[in-house]
Ligand binder design. Structure first.
Ligand SMILES: N[C@@H](CCC(=O)N[C@@H](CS)C(=O)NCC(=O)O)C(=O)O
Length: 241
């Protein structure tokens, strides 16, 4: 596995060993790429991480990610060395290809319900970005999070996936890790209500202790610094490198 600086326009494609190990094209602060890192780490799948500067993208990015987005997972052990894109497709592929520990349930109905829940979560990234780009308040965000508070109550388990974190937990987590950025920008207008979100609050505390979450954790201060530089038009992708 390799960490490092974000490769930029004009940079050569990284020379990696011909080892058949999948290559994850990522950006250290991207919540969608974060999902793929969590699944790879949960399953202890060896991989190379190649970080991409998304403001000045390397010319060769299109070869591995046709929509020029991260994450992309290139399966170099396969004959045509195909690339998978879309965080949910990558995560589900990894869960099927590397069955242990299983993240999605095998039972078709529960599997479908878990995937629907993750689909419904799309409202959270949407509200998150609106707050950071338009300086709007949190009403839309909290309404979206209500669904997940109710779901944890309904499931009566500490994690969405049961007694251990699973697919739903890891697909949602990247945005919760970034909530302190909202608090930083909204200040007293940030109104996370620990009573309204009692179950989510307990879940966040548990997730913070999870070794997989810790394996790819970025501190609130680091997330805030990333967003500060991004909002100033000078994104510092390499602040952890
Ligand atoms: N639906 C995609 C979203 C991926 C995405 O939007 N990634 C962002 C970075 S967080 C990106 O690559 N942006 C570059 C661009 O849009 O040019 C997924 O789930 O993987």
């Amino acid at each position: 596995m390799s960490a490092g600086k974000h490769l930029t326009k004009g940079s050569a494609k990284p020379a990696l060993p011909d080892d058949g190990v999948p290559r994850l094209y990522s950006m250290r602060f991207c919540p969608f790429a974060h999902r793929a890192h969590l699944v790879l780490n949960a399953k202890k799948v060896p991989h190379h991480s190649i970080y991409i500067n998304l403001t000045e993208k390397p010319e060769w990015l299109v070869d591995v990610s046709p929509l020029l987005k991260v994450p992309a997972l290139q399966l170099v052990a396969e004959k045509s060395k195909p690339s998978l894109i879309e965080s949910l497709i990558i995560s589900e592929y990894l869960d099927e290809q590397h069955p242990q520990p299983a993240l999605l349930p095998k039972e078709p109905l529960q599997r479908a319900l878990d995937k629907i829940l993750v689909e419904r979560f799309n409202a959270v990234p949407g509200a998150f970005m609106k707050i950071l780009s338009n300086d709007v308040g949190t009403d839309e965000l909290w309404t979206a999070v209500d669904i997940f508070e109710a779901e944890l109550a309904h499931r009566t388990t500490p994690y969405f996936s049961g007694s251990q974190p699973g697919y739903v937990d890891y697909m949602l987590w990247p945005w919760f890790e970034r909530f302190p950025v909202l608090e930083y920008y909204l200040k007293e207008r940030y109104s996370f209500d620990k009573q309204r979100f009692a179950k989510i609050s307990a879940w966040i505390e548990l997730m913070l202790k999870d070794p997989v979450v810790q394996s790819h954790f970025v501190t609130p201060e680091q997330h805030i610094e990333y967003w500060r530089t991004r909002k100033a038009g000078q994104t510092n992708y390499d602040l952890l490198a």
